[in-house]
Design a protein around this ligand. Structure first.
Ligand code: 9G3
Length: 569
């Protein structure tokens, strides 16, 4: 394509309200333009990259046995009323009325629509499993759209839905989707992890988020240095890595600790390390008092606590609750001689401690040399703490490090969360009516574009990985007014196209500096410059990623480009 014909409005200055690199560069390089908060247009270069990502998604989804379809963005409110989500979602779900005053939702996701289609058409187990996907615009009225395409109000998602008779069938499809996602994000050249995520509100069982590691990521993940293990912080399991203390139990002693209340104050006052203090926190689990014990240097993970207690709600008890159940205010509470009405649950590291410090359930007093079993009993022990950097990876390979991530994909086992209320049933092999099980699998396609831009750039602009680049080669006539340079450029343009390169030819009557600055911004991986040495049949090749450049006789251009292309694959 001739750049003089293409609509690529580049900008010199950094747009004021763009705070991350990808947002700034996609605007400056003329890939996108904002129409309203969180609402963007994809200009030709942006559309070309979007198209490449969608095709990678299509190839891998089709390979995994999912069938492409397309559902409407306009969704009958009745469907969302059946699933109950018409009432449970707030202003984030965009709603409108048609000319007959009928209520509609603008599609934020399509569980209801797809389930309503399948329940009408699928009646027998012989038709299952089914796996269908679409690549389509979604609408979510985010309270704070930001970071350009990373959190928009209108965005492009690939969403897939699978339907099953047996759990094993769902498990199989779930694994196949995870493999397809790994292939998609690897082909996009992204540094990602499949992260074990909390089941959250959507219910069902397993689910995994696909996270691109990025400084500007909104999610914190824990992953292993030596294996594929990764989990978001709420879910990351902790494996015990300490030995039980070999200390002989010493005599229990009650000491005055004045107004030392939190671990740091008690540690300083008694001159003992936090690892020798039992941190005691009173929670109410569905209203019932639970005293949670963790080692002083650890933090209670309330998601793990809630899951361990199978409670629907766990909240930190108030001061009056502490006084009610433990006769003391927080700051001096502990597990020694608490009433049987209070359940005592301890993190798995607590029973390994010996001769510890804990609150004496008397304001301003603590115990020294407290030992589990002798001085207090534990109702139940579990993994209740947040993982920390340096912990052993749960799979035993390597240690845990933290990183921020951008969620670009999310796969869920839904179970019957939608098929039950919407009565998507089938006759099993015994002719018995059964409810289908479902899975759903999303990829943020426009978000993936932004994540790729965020992780592939330098101070001069974007640097597209080969699989996503809007063009393969950027051919630049340094001075298009110079006859020799112009004619050699035209010749090379035809040659490059005939060799199968998708070539952007900068034939504009602009100064060289403008052309090079724009070329750095746009980020096409290979650049061929026809300059002063055109008369000697010599051109310059530049590799955008490494910045390396070298002179090449025109006769060798084909082989050199092939060599450099293969290095980038
Ligand atoms: C809504 C609104 C926002 C939402 C949802 C519904 C997130 C909603 C979760 C999912 C689950 C999966 C299919 C593809 C993969 C993800 N934000 N979710 O359901 F009405 Cl306003 O979308 N859906």
């Amino acid at each position: 394509m001739r750049q003089s014909q293409l609509f690529i409005p580049t900008l010199r200055e950094v747009p004021a309200d763009a705070d991350v690199k990808s947002h700034q560069l996609l605007l400056r390089a003329g890939f996108i333009r904002q129409n309203a908060a969180g609402i963007y247009s994809f200009l030709p270069l942006g559309k070309k990259v979007l198209h490449k990502i969608e095709n990678i998604v299509r190839e891998e989804m089709n390979r995994a046995g999912s069938q492409e379809m397309m559902m409407p963005a306009l969704q009958l409110a009745e469907l969302w009323q059946e699933s109950g989500r018409w009432y449970s979602y707030g202003p984030e779900l965009m709603r409108l009325k048609d000319r007959h005053e009928r209520d509609f939702a603008l599609g934020a996701t399509h569980e209801e629509v797809i389930t309503s289609i399948i329940r009408d058409e699928v009646k027998s187990y012989k038709k299952l499993p089914l796996n269908l996907y679409q690549i389509q615009t979604k609408f979510r009225d985010e309270k704070r759209p930001r970071f350009g395409l990373l959190r928009g109000r209108e965005f492009i998602m690939k969403d897939a839905y699978s339907f099953h008779d047996k759990q094993e069938s769902l498990d199989e499809t779930y694994e196949a989707m995870k493999d397809a996602y790994s292939a998609i994000f690897s082909r996009c050249g992204l540094n990602f992890r499949a992260v074990l995520a909390d089941s959250g509100a959507i219910g069902g069982k397993d689910n995994h988020e696909f996270m691109v590691l990025s400084e500007i990521g909104e999610d914190l993940i824990a992953y292993s240095t030596d294996s594929e293990f990764a989990a978001n912080i709420e879910m990351a399991p902790v494996v015990l890595n300490e030995e039980a203390s070999s200390e002989n139990p010493l005599g229990l002693e009650k000491v005055e600790t004045k107004d030392a209340k939190n671990i740091e104050e008690v540690s300083r006052f008694l001159n003992v390390p936090a690892t020798k203090i039992i941190k005691s926190l009173l929670y109410l689990a569905d209203g019932q008092p639970v005293l949670v014990l963790v080692r002083g240097d650890h933090e209670v993970n309330e998601i793990k606590l809630k899951n361990e207690l199978s409670a629907s709600e766990v909240v930190m008890a108030s001061e009056e609750d502490a006084v009610k159940w433990l006769k003391t205010k927080p700051g001096s509470i502990g597990p020694v001689s608490v009433s049987d009405e209070v359940k005592v649950i301890a993190d798995q590291a607590v029973p390994l401690m010996a001769n510890s410090v804990c609150g004496a359930n008397e304001e301003g007093y603590h115990y020294l040399n407290v030992n589990a079993e002798r001085d207090f009993s534990i109702t139940q022990t579990a993994d209740l703490r947040f993982v920390v950097e340096g912990d052993l990876s749960p799979d035993g390979k390597g240690t845990i490090v933290f990183a921020k991530g951008i969620e670009v994909g999310h796969v869920f086992k839904l179970g019957k969360v939608y098929s039950e209320p919407m009565k998507a049933s089938y006759l099993d092999e015994n002719g018995k009516n059964q409810i289908m099980s479902m899975g759903c699998y999303g990829i943020g396609v426009s978000r993936t574009l932004a994540a790729a831009a965020e992780e592939n750039n330098d101070e001069n602009g974007l640097i597209w990985p080969l699989a996503l680049t809007p063009f393969d080669v950027h051919l630049i006539a340094v001075n298009s007014k110079n006859a020799e340079q112009a004619s050699l450029s035209e010749e090379l343009y035809e040659q490059l196209k005939s060799e199968g390169y998708d070539c952007l030819y900068d034939d504009r009557p602009e100064r060289a500096g403008v052309k090079f600055t724009d070329s750095d911004l746009i980020g096409i991986p290979l650049r061929v410059m026809v300059g002063k040495k055109a008369s000697e049949g010599i051109v310059e090749v530049k590799i955008r990623k490494s910045g390396e450049s070298f002179e090449v006789p025109v006769s060798e251009l084909k082989s050199i480009l092939k060599r450099e292309w293969d290095k980038l694959v």
